[in-house]
Structures are given as structure tokens and as C-alpha cells.
Write a protein that binds this ligand. Structure first.
Ligand code: GAP
Length: 457
């Protein structure tokens, strides 16, 4: 099935029904922009992260992993520019108080608002097009003045005054922890430039209008790499990182090239000199960003050197300089949604419609399911449990004896399990089992002594 034949509503309801993604705090009515990953979702998410980590840390000689604290000294966000410049333009509907993101509403009309525009300039642009903009909730057309709304989420960690005078901030972007540990990594690991630091971390943004399921949320995870290079070598490394990141999606995650594309930013955020996004063609939503590659030049290490008073330059054989940075920053929630969208399929098998999640083996939450042919034959159940025990210590496996075999196959197809193993009466005699493959339904008799290597990949 092509993506334009799938619907996002169908994928959202599938994700909930099958235990991949739940609305957060659902028993209290849910909270906009927050989601929880369910039993199968957390496995899929962890598999995506593990693959990213393998490619960006383990398989690279000069990349170092990191896991920095979520909270940081509040001065970090002053120095980085986020307290001042990390904002979206907002206006409020005068009838129902719904907040709209002015730049996104203008974008829908084909009008581009520049990141660097002042509030007054934005107001002018908004006024010009206001007649065509309607409140998404009540349809109203009267709005308040445009205001820059800062996206940082505040907390009172370490502030006992009770007056909320000295807020600390949740990270607006996870990568700041990397810059703060640049010197620690250099001093402890002695890397030769160019080298990278990689981290998966949480980010929080007070998004004005969270939307499109996992696409724009208020809490999300970013998988970031920061490559530290000599000044002026940005052009060479930028293209190399772009190529590597593209290959991760197409070769490692097996996302088809036709559903991906590059988009260069016309409007650069305050820290970037150049920015390209990898976009995915989401069902119902169309192409939108899943990862950004940013040329951050010497911006980050310079601002933190100045604000902290600690010299963050790199010493290469006596020559000292502030390294420049090429960043790749991927949103894991968006990649998760792209993976679900890509591999969700409806086809026909044995004359019947079936839902199948054609995940690559390494991403499948459960790698193998084991069934006794009949539930009411204790000898078959015992043997099937023996096989299940053999497998589950090696890979995520599940045991199922409810309903008929056909139904069990369909349940596993839906959640992307690549193989089903059935124990029957012959198994008791000759220690062989039937292995059935998800994608084409093909069945093969396999000796138990070979089962592990057969279902492993
Ligand atoms: N450190 C650079 C940075 O944060 P960004 O383009 O703002 O750059 C990087 O974010 C990635 O994080 C995006 O490509 C997207 O995948 C993800 N992301 C950003 N805002 C998000 C949101 N509100 N909800 C879910 N993912 C988001």
C-alpha cells in the first residue's frame, strides 16, 4: 500500500488498539501534546534508538556517547539564547481564547514569516492576511495582537523562595548537554579532532498548538550528534553528515526513498548558519520534518565560553581554536510515526484482508511467537512452552494458545512479528516445528536444533 492510500486516523487508532501509543493521562481526559508508549511501542522505540546508537556511536571510531542531566544551570539557557530568542509568534482568538501560531497560519496561505522579523513586522504581515485566517476551534476571525511566545518550559527546581523568581528550565533542545560536557569529554577521552558526541535526550517545548499525534508534542526525545571540526571545514563535513543521515533512513531503517526528501531552510533559527531537514511523507499530513542537519559554526562553544568564563577551545598541537559544529538532530517520536506509517499495510492473504506491519526484523517488538497446535493437548502445550523458554532468553518472544492458528497468525502479523513457530504432534516425535513467515505466509519445517539461527534474522 502506498502512503497516500493510508490514513493517519487509521494508524492512530491502530497504535492505541495494539498497545503502541496511548494518549497521556487518558483517564483524566488526556493532555494535549503528550503521549505514552505502550508495551509494544516501547519495544519499537527502543529498537529504533538501539539502531541509531549502534550506527552513531559503536560503529564510529571517533564518536562518544553521553547522557547528561535533564536540568541544567539556568544560565545555560540565557547563554544559549533560548530565553530570548526561542519563541513562536502567537495570537489569541477573541471569541474562544484559542491560541494560534501566526507563522503556521500564514504558511497555510503560502505566506512565509521570517524568523528574524520583529513583533511589529509580524503584526503588519498578520494584519494584511487576517481576513483569510479563521480560529481552528470556533471559526472566529477576531484576534489579539501578535506576541512572541517563549517555548521554554519553566520549573522551580532548586528554588525554595516560593516566589518562582529564579526558574530553572527544562531543555528546549537536548543537545545543550553536549556543549556543557565538551571539555569533560576532551579531557577524559582525548579525542582527535574531528570527533563527535552523541546523545539521546528529552526536550520540552510549550508548543502553542500541538498537533498531528506524535508529530508536534510538548515532550519528545531527540537523538543528536554534534561533530566538532576545525574552523572553516564546515562545507566538507556538512555534506558528509547529510549523506550519512540519509543512508540511515534508507539502508538501516529501510524507509523507501520515495517517501523521503530534503528541504533547505530559508528561515534560519538563531544558532544556525545553514539548515536542511529530512522530511517524511506522512499519510494524511504529507511531507514534514523528521530530522534537522544544522551548521552551528562556533556559536555554541563561544557563547558558553563567554558566559561560564571557562575556555572551551581545543588545543591541536599547540594551536588553540573554538571548534565549529555540525549537528544532526532527529526527533524520535516523528521517526517512530514515520516507521509505523511506512510499514503499516493491508493486503490479502488466503483470500482474506489482513493488517500487517512489515517492520524490518531488527525493529520488530517481538521477534518470534510460539504456539501449540491445540490448546487442550497438555503434551503439545508442554513442548511449546519448552520451545518458548528456549527462545525467550535469546530474543523477545511471545506464547499464544488462544483462538485458532489462523487467528494467532493474524494477531502476530498485525504487530509485525516476523516468525511464528507451531508445535504439533510430529514435533513430539521428530523434534521439528513449523516456522511461518510474516511477509509471504510461507511455511517451513525446521529442526529444533536450528530454530534459533532460523528466526534470529
Ligand atoms: N538541537 C537542534 C534542534 O532542536 P529542531 O529542528 O528544533 O533542532 C530537531 O529539532 C528535531 O526534533 C526535529 O527535526 C523534530 O524531529 C524534533 N522535534 C522538534 N520539535 C518537536 C515537537 N514539538 N514534537 C516532536 N518532535 C519535535
Amino acid at each position: 500500500m502506498r502512503n497516500d492510500e493510508k490514513s493517519m486516523d487509521e494508524i492512530i487508532s491502530f497504535a492505541k488498539r495494539k498497545g503502541f501509543v496511548f494518549p497521556s493521562s487518558e483517564i483524566y481526559g488526556g493532555v494535549a501534546g503528550l503521549y505514552d508508549f505502550g508495551p509494544l511501542g516501547v519495544e519499537l522505540l527502543n529498537n529504533i534508538k538501539a539502531d541509531w546508537w549502534r550506527k552513531n556511536v559503536h560503529e564510529k571510531e571517533n564518536y562518544y556517547g553521553l547522557d547528561s542531566a535533564i536540568f541544567k544551570d539556568p544560565r545555560v539557557w540565557e547563554a544559549s539564547g533560548h530565553t530570548k530568542s526561542f519563541s513562536d509568534p502567537m495570537a489569541e482568538c477573541k471569541t474562544c481564547n484559542t491560541r494560534i501560531r501566526v507563522d503556521k497560519e500564514l504558511e497555510k496561505l503560502g505566506v512565509q514569516a521570517d524568523e528574524k522579523m520583529s513583533e511589529a513586522e509580524l503584526q503588519e504581515l498578520f494584519d494584511t492576511h487576517k481576513a483569510q485566517i479563521k480560529c481552528p476551534k470556533c471559526g472566529g476571525s477576531e484576534f489579539t495582537e501578535v506576541k512572541a511566545f517563549n517555548l521554554l518550559v519553566k520549573s522551580n527546581l532548586g528554588d525554595f523562595s516560593g516566589k518562582e523568581e529564579n526558574p530553572s528550565y527544562l531543555p528546549g533542545e537536548a543537545c545543550q548537554g553536549i556543549y556543557l560536557n565538551f571539555k569533560n569529554v576532551v579531557d577524559s577521552m582525548h579525542p582527535k579532532i574531528p570527533f563527535g558526541i552523541a546523545q539521546i535526550g528529552k526536550a520540552f517545548r510549550n508548543e502553542i498548538s500541538p498537533r498531528n499525534f506524535l508529530f508536534r508534542t510538548r515532550e519528545f526525545e531527540q537523538a543528536d550528534t554534534q561533530l566538532f571540526i576545525r574552523p572553516g571545514e564546515n562545507k566538507d563535513y556538512y555534506d558528509k553528515i547529510k549523506e550519512e543521515r540519509w543512508r540511515w533512513y534508507t539502508e538501516s531503517l529501510k524507509i523507501s526513498e520515495k517517501n523521503l526528501r530534503w528541504k533547505q531552510h530559508d528561515n534560519l533559527v538563531f544558532y544556525a548558519k545553514d539548515a536542511w531537514d529530512i522530511e517524511y511523507d506522512f499519510p494524511s499530513y504529507g511531507f514534514d520534518e523528521i530530522e534537522g542537519i544544522h551548521d552551528r559554526s562556533d556559536y555554541d562553544l563561544t557563547v558558553h565560553s563567554k558566559a561560564s568564563g571557562i575556555d572551551l577551545s581545543y588545543n591541536e598541537n599547540g594551536e588553540k581554536f573554538i571548534p565549529w559544529i555540525i549537528e544532526s538532530s532527529a526527533g524520535l517520536g516523528r521517526i517512530f510515526l514515520a516507521v509505523l506509517s511506512e510499514f503499516y499495510d493491508i493486503d490479502e492473504m488466503d483470500g482474506k484482508k489482513r493488517t500487517v506491519l512489515r517492520l524490518p526484523h531488527k525493529l520488530a517488538p517481538i521477534k518470534v511467537a510460539v504456539f501449540p497446535l491445540l490448546k487442550n493437548k497438555p503434551e503439545l502445550v508442554a513442548k511449546a512452552r519448552e520451545v518458548f523458554d528456549m527462545l525467550r532468553y535469546e530474543m523477545p518472544a511471545s506464547f499464544d494458545d488462544s483462538g485458532n492458528i489462523g487467528k494467532r497468525y493474524r494477531r502476530q502479523d498485525e504487530i509485525g512479528t516476523p516468525y511464528c513457530v507451531t508445535v504439533d504432534f510430529d514435533s513430539l516425535e521428530d523434534n521439528t516445528v513449523t516456522v511461518r513467515s510474516r511477509d509471504d505466509g510461507a511455511q517451513k519445517r525446521v529442526p529444533l536444533s536450528e530454530i534459533f539461527s532460523f528466526v534470529k534474522d
